[in-house]
Design a protein around this ligand. Sequence first.
Ligand SMILES: [Zn+2]
Length: 64
Amino acid sequence: MSDKIAQHKHCRACGKAFVGSDRFCSEECRTSNTTNLQKKKRQLLLLYVVTFVVLILALVATWG
Ligand SMILES: [Zn+2]
């Protein structure tokens, strides 16, 4: 009887294969991934705000 290769997952942060129920291979990867996600979210929000402001400015310029 040969056991199947243990169920493994790939770390969402570094892509390394590991065995476990978590999505990250280590606490370090989890932390770095969360930090990256928060940074990305903030960048996205900033982009959104900037786009909105530019849109408003363009609208005002057109009206003026
Ligand atoms: Zn990892």
